[in-house]
Design a protein around this ligand. Sequence first.
Ligand code: IPE
Ligand code: IPE
Ligand code: MG
Length: 252
Amino acid sequence: MVVNPANPAPASPPLPALAVKPQHVAIIMDGNGRWAQSQGLSRSDGHRAGADAIRPVIRRFAEHQVPVVTLFGFSTENWGRPKAEIETILKLGAEFIDSHLDELNQNGVRVAHLGGTDRLPIWLRRRVKKAVEATSHNDGILVNLAFNYGGRDEILDAVKRMLADGLKPGDVTPEALEARLTTAGLPDVDLLVRTGGEQRVSNFLVWQSTYAEYYFTPKFWPEFDPEEVDAALLEFAHRHRRFGLVAPDEGD
Ligand code: IPE
Ligand code: IPE
Ligand code: MG
């Protein structure tokens, strides 16, 4: 990994060996506000600490050679929050791209955006476009930034596209719908991590997480670090996935 000498990353802990690795990890980065409260800080401080937590986590997944990581940064429902908080989160999104794009690029990270851009302010839209274009030829880990993302909207948009493409009822298949999702071509989510103690999906990747393994941790997002990544991956490696079938060693 290339390290910017002006801002060296701390040495990584040794990598635990993993028998099975997820191909796609999705993370609901929750708990910034409660973390801030626990520290006597403002919610804005919590979101800032949350933004700072992202880089070491991406780095750790890259070290584990997990090919796709999707980060939930702002949901379609989050527009209902106070205006000032929304502004803080959007600004932090732009700042994250400004301060990390070069390093992500140097490390071969490919950045994609999940969610509508129409409602995002123009200065954020420009940043997102720049990050996606600047990294589009990289072949390292793919990081999907889900920003103004909602799972139901995404499915509805795919249905509208099928109608616009003139599909007949018989052509409406899981494959036809998947090809019109923003995650088209990506593996389904294998591991869905949610920080902050809540055990719900909150409209994140509802189609793609049908057979995901869920990992809930009480740690608030700003506390989620490379060791927490390892813990989630180790837990995943011990899960017994059946996909509705009977495992060969479980027969009569
Ligand atoms: C997650 O932290 C960040 C966003 C939803 C944008 P929260 O802001 O939801 O923090 P809590 O859940 O209130 O602690
Ligand atoms: C989910 O967290 C959205 C993000 C982390 C971006 P929320 O804090 O918005 O979810 P709820 O309100 O607890 O379901
Ligand atoms: Mg929350």
